[in-house]
Write a protein that binds this ligand. Structure first.
Ligand code: NAD
Length: 479
């Protein structure tokens, strides 16, 4: 059930924090018109299968504190269900259910063998010490394990807003203690540190995926022409909202591709520099001071939100949902909006932006780098074998033999670097796998956008692909 909508905005459209789930449903229904399916199936696909709500106590600071958490499984065809865990003081059940639904559609779009899930713990992680956070997390992990909402075969969390590699490793460790006979225990969670069963490239993966998404968009001249932007990614001006895991990595990789990061918006204000910010220096400053104030490489503006409608080519929300609504959508100046966050554009804002010709690269695709590399990590964990281990030296021997044969035939000495070329390292394979997934998925979305009647935007294209795959699973298993 959706809770009551709360506020009337200045253009008279009712919007409130509880609209997120309704918006995700509405986006699905809009696309469902293009996917013929048997009666009742869309309702089954849309609803969340189950949500586990827990209240648990932890004795801290000489007294008992009660915490409130959720884990939703939107779908578990196929299994396991996959999706992050969010730590935020304002997280609530409907938000978790909306995010779980997005995970179902994202995994289907990307062709990953996962259902959709999401978790939330109502807590401000900054208010607790590391030791306290560990005790709270371990208690939460116990609750999730007891109820089968944490397991390599059934439900696999990952980092999201307010959670980190460290939190993932506490969850994995707690699960292993409770299930010592589960040989795949390490795979109960992804986004772990490398030393604790993680995979190279996971922490950067979502930002890297945003970079690949944009590279792919800009390699399709017809798609770029719809934005009236110049045809190259290099030189484009970019505003990013949120400088956490996703926003920082996206800004870093886009700056490396020659974009100018002209402003970054955080909770307490924005930092701007029309010449382009130095992302690494900004990150060092932000990590140390937790604010952009006093950063010497740009001008600080306490009213950060005004940059959501600031002048730029590409706008990248990478913080929370519902940032663009019917009030600010008419003012957006960017021509291209990339949804690095989940659900940053409301259903109504999406309509306004499309009407105004702003192209949106939707969350289902734009931030799918995280779950894609999580998939690689999960596969690495359940195979108990690092990627590339068996082939690396064999490739090197083959290459060395080929080089020496060619050298003697051509009477030429090749550089040593060529003769000693080996198989790919884990990070190379991860990036190559991610790039392949992003490129092939974008090609399918772009094809529908440009050719299918009535599919006028990339979001609808993404949902149509996802829905077609989900429908196929239900039909195959006979439901
Ligand atoms: P994070 O906690 O690392 O970073 C979020 C950042 O946004 C923080 O620095 C926070 O201060 C800032 N922020 C919060 N509210 C803000 C506001 N109103 N204005 C400006 N800044 C604000 O979280 P993250 O992992 O980077 O996730 C960001 C978004 O990306 C979320 O929507 C998340 O669901 C989505 N996402 C994350 C991943 C992942 O791998 N971490 C994968 C897919 C999608």
């Amino acid at each position: 059930m959706h809770t009551a909508k709360t506020e009337l905005n200045e253009v008279g459209v009712i919007e409130g924090p509880s609209d997120f789930l309704a918006d995700v449903d509405a986006m699905l229904e809009r696309a469902a018109r293009h996917v013929p399916m048997q009666d009742g199936l869309i309702e089954k696909i849309k609803v969340c299968n189950e949500t586990y709500a827990t209240r648990f106590g932890v004795r801290l600071r000489g007294r008992m504190y009660t915490f409130h958490g959720w884990r939703s499984v939107h779908s578990n065809h196929p299994s396991p269900a996959k999706g992050g865990i969010r730590y935020a003081p304002d997280v609530h059940q409907e938000e978790v259910e909306a995010l779980a639904a997005l995970m179902t559609y994202k995994c289907a779009l990307m062709g990953l063998p996962f259902g959709g899930s999401k978790g939330g713990l109502k807590i401000d992680p900054n208010e607790w010490s590391e030791t306290e956070l560990e005790r709270i997390t371990r208690r939460f992990a116990q609750e999730l394990t007891r109820q089968n909402f944490l397991s390599p075969a059934q439900n696999v969390p990952a980092p999201d807003v307010g959670t980190s590699e460290k939190i993932m490793v506490w969850i994995a460790d707690e699960y292993r203690r409770l299930k010592p006979n589960d040989i795949n225990a390490e795979a109960c969670v992804t986004g772990k540190p490398l030393a604790a069963g993680g995979i190279e490239g996971r922490s950067e993966a979502t930002g890297r995926g945003v970079q690949y998404a944009l590279r792919e968009f800009f390699s399709n001249p017809g798609d770029v022409a719809r934005t009236s932007l110049p045809p190259r990614l290099e030189g484009r001006s970019v505003i990013v909202q949120g400088f956490g895991n996703v926003g920082y990595h996206a800004a870093k990789f886009l700056a490396a591709d020659g974009c100018r990061i002209v402003a970054v918006i955080e909770r307490d204000g924005a930092i701007a520099n029309p010449q382009g910010l130095n992302v690494e220096e900004l990150h060092r400053h932000f990590t140390m001071h937790k604010t952009f104030t006093e950063f010497p490489g740009g001008a600080f503006h306490p009213d950060g939100d005004k940059f959501l409608t600031g002048a730029c080519d590409i706008l990248i929300p990478a913080a929370r949902e519902g940032v663009f609504n019917s009030a600010n959508a008419p003012l957006v100046q960017a021509r291209l909006l990339v949804e690095a966050a989940n659900g940053p554009v409301t259903f109504e804002a999406d309509r306004i932006l499309r009407q105004r010709g702003v192209v949106i690269i939707p969350d289902l695709f734009a931030n799918a780098g995280g779950v894609t590399v999580s998939y690689f990590e999960w596969v690495k964990n359940i195979t108990h074998m690092p990627f590339g281990l068996m082939e690396r030296r064999q490739r090197q021997h083959e290459n060395s033999l080929l080089t020496s044969t060619l050298e003697s035939m051509l009477k030429t000495k090749f550089p040593d670097a060529i003769a000693s070329l080996g198989g790919a390292r884990e990070i190379d394979l991860v990036r190559s796998g991610l790039e392949e997934k992003m490129r092939s998925t974008y090609a399918q979305m772009s094809h529908l956008w440009n050719n299918a009647e009535g599919i006028d935007d990339l979001r609808s294209a993404a949902y149509v692909i996802a829905l077609t795959r989900i429908k196929g699973i239900y039909e195959a298993i006979g439901i």
